[in-house]
Design a protein around this ligand. Structure first.
Ligand SMILES: *[C@@H]1O[C@H](CO)[C@@H](O)[C@H](O)[C@H]1NC(C)=O
Length: 314
């Protein structure tokens, strides 16, 4: 059936589109849904608490509660002009070249460093992959108010050379496997990149970084996809299923409707044919004659005269 085929074609072409849309949904920042974003906010608070009379350009290590043993956090306060013109030669594993600018503009900013240590997998689960290094983070905040809590991040971008992350103590990858750089942006999306042999990853933006290798156990790709969507909460997944559902539902309705239309057309055609057959059968053209102003059929006489079957003469 043609309509069904067209419908199937529409569904099979648009379904991948919607699935890819679900990726862009995953990039919509609804930060409260992502546990790692709550952690970012908590760590910002602890990082800012280390400043009493902070010297500009000196990193301070934060004191974290016992519930976060294994995580390391530092804070570095800078003039934005100095970041832009000179960069930071070495801030823990990060090397920040000149040309990094923040949006919106602030006079002073604070770069908060994260090393998630053995908590990396808990906050950045990556099914199908094994971490060879801890997840490291670099996030930027307005440094105007050092008592501020729940500060939104500034947007920093390298404009010229990339920011480099030089990982120490990287576990060796299993023989024959290829380690990759992994990058998590602040909105829950994940990107992979090839890892040069010297264990240095690069980025133009802030976020979280690590080195991973694909786990031996063959895991289907959809697991990673589901994880990406899951990270940004069930709401968007729900949205996608509503769209897919209504698409399939709409198509089914369309097929049913077209079946009905086809049926009706068939019935109508059948009636026409019957009428035509009936006309042909009757095979009688009546002579027309004018009566007054209108034309009317005129029967001159009957062709077969009635005959009495049995001559009955009383
Ligand atoms: C990380 O290690 C510390 C001890 O070194 C432990 O207290 C903590 O529970 C560990 N965290 C996780 C997520 O395993």
């Amino acid at each position: 059936m043609r309509v069904a085929k067209i419908c199937l074609a529409i569904v099979s072409f648009t379904l991948p589109l919607f699935l890819s849309l679900s990726f862009s949904f995953a990039q919509i920042p609804i930060d409260d849904d992502i546990p790692s974003r709550t952690l970012d906010s908590v760590l910002q608070d602890y990082a800012f608490k280390v400043f009493s009379k902070p010297k500009t350009g000196v990193p301070y290590d934060a004191q974290l509660p016992n519930s976060l043993i294994g995580v390391h956090v530092s804070a570095l306060r800078l003039r934005s002009g100095s970041l832009r013109t000179r960069g930071v030669e070495a801030y823990k594993e990060f090397q920040i070249p000149p040309g990094v600018v923040e949006q919106p503009y602030v006079e002073r900013l604070v770069l908060v460093y994260h090393n998630l240590g053995n908590w990396s997998e808990k906050f950045y689960p990556l099914p199908g992959y094994t971490y060879l290094a801890p997840v490291l983070g670099l996030l930027s905040y307005n440094g105007a108010d050092l008592n501020a809590q729940k500060l939104p991040e500034l947007d920093i971008r390298a404009s010229d050379k990339p920011i480099l992350i030089k990982f120490h103590d990287v576990k060796s990858a299993p023989y024959g496997s290829f380690p990759k750089c992994v990058y998590f942006d602040l909105h829950g999306s994940v990107q992979f990149d090839i890892l040069p042999s010297d264990n240095i990853c690069s980025t133009m933006q802030q976020g979280h970084f690590s080195i991973v290798v694909e786990s031996n156990a063959p895991t289907p790709a959809p697991a990673a996809v589901a994880a990406t969507i899951d990270q940004s909460g069930g709401k968007k997944k729900f949205n996608v299923w509503i769209i897919v559902g209504s698409l399939v539902g709409g198509c089914t309705l369309l097929i049913l409707l077209s079946l009905l239309v086809v049926r009706l057309v068939k019935i109508r055609n059948g009636m026409k044919i019957q009428e035509m057959e009936w006309r042909a059968d009757s095979n009688e053209t009546l002579q027309m004659t004018s009566v007054g102003g209108t034309k009317a059929p005129l029967a001159i006489g009957t062709r077969t005269r009635p005959t009495i079957e049995t001559d009955y003469i009383p």
